[in-house]
Design a protein around this ligand. Structure first.
Ligand SMILES: *Cc1c(COP(=O)(O)O)cnc(C)c1O
Length: 237
């Protein structure tokens, strides 16, 4: 995509996000936009960062690290914060631990332990627990009923992980208001978990291109937008 087209799309997303935040009676600083750049070239990340975007989300560990290296070598995007929003296999934990501002997709005790083991001394990795909010059999994320046990494990056994909230991908895609009950469910689960474990759990990572307004209305603090900023994704090679 041309840089002009990319900047226009980005500006339009910022406007629509601001409108949704205002419509929900919330303050702009309560909602952080993560630009989801998976499968898009590092040049588009650099251009969007030059336009002022700080947070970028990637789904694949290798691609994320390669893009980060590409930008670093060119002295670009020193301020960029990288988010891991895709499934992380435990055997990749060494590459992920400490490499991302936030890991949105903690989904097992095994992964928590693997990340914990690979964290450098004195460092802390912020994480969110991914909840399978639609109780779909094949979907990533822990069932809502198991969230408290995983949270307790992180709290008790993983001093190098900081649990900051919950993330979800609802079963309906690009369906706007239809996703809203799932966002409400994630918020209620977070509130219950907060009371149970005593952590503040400030973050709800929910809402994508097709449904971010509904997510913001239900309390999202982090929205993850790819297509509306970068255009349709090229196929994964
Ligand atoms: C790809 C992806 C997004 C972005 O989705 P769009 O519909 O392109 O905005 C958000 N969250 C996760 C977890 C993703 O994998």
């Amino acid at each position: 995509m041309s840089n002009d087209a990319l900047r226009a799309r980005y500006a339009s997303v910022l406007e629509r996000v601001a409108a949704a935040v205002a419509a929900a009676g919330r303050r702009p600083e309560e909602v952080r936009l993560v630009a989801v750049s998976k499968l898009h070239p590092a040049e588009d990340v650099a251009e969007t960062a030059a336009a002022g975007q700080v947070d970028f989300g990637e789904n694949y560990v290798q691609e994320a690290l390669e893009k980060r290296a590409f930008l670093r070598e060119r002295g670009l995007c020193a301020d960029v914060r990288w988010h891991m929003i895709g499934h992380v296999q435990s055997r990749k934990a060494a590459q992920v631990a400490g490499a991302f501002a936030l890991v949105h997709t903690l989904d097992s005790v095994k992964l928590a332990d693997a990340l914990e083991r690979h964290m450098p001394d004195g460092a802390v990795q912020p994480v969110l627990i991914e909840i399978n909010v639609g109780d779909e059999p094949q979907k990533a994320g822990v069932p809502a009923a198991e969230a408290a046990a995983l949270a307790a494990h992180v709290q008790e056994k993983c001093p190098h992980l900081a649990l900051e909230g919950l993330m979800c991908l609802p079963p309906v895609f690009d369906a706007g208001e239809a996703a809203r009950p799932y966002f409400a469910r994630l918020r209620r689960l977070r509130d219950a978990l907060r009371a149970e474990c005593g952590l503040p759990l400030p973050h709800l990572s929910m809402g994508m291109s097709g449904d971010f307004a509904a997510a913001i209305a239900e309390g999202a603090t982090i929205i993850r937008i790819g297509t509306d900023i970068f255009g349709p994704r090229p196929p994964k090679k």
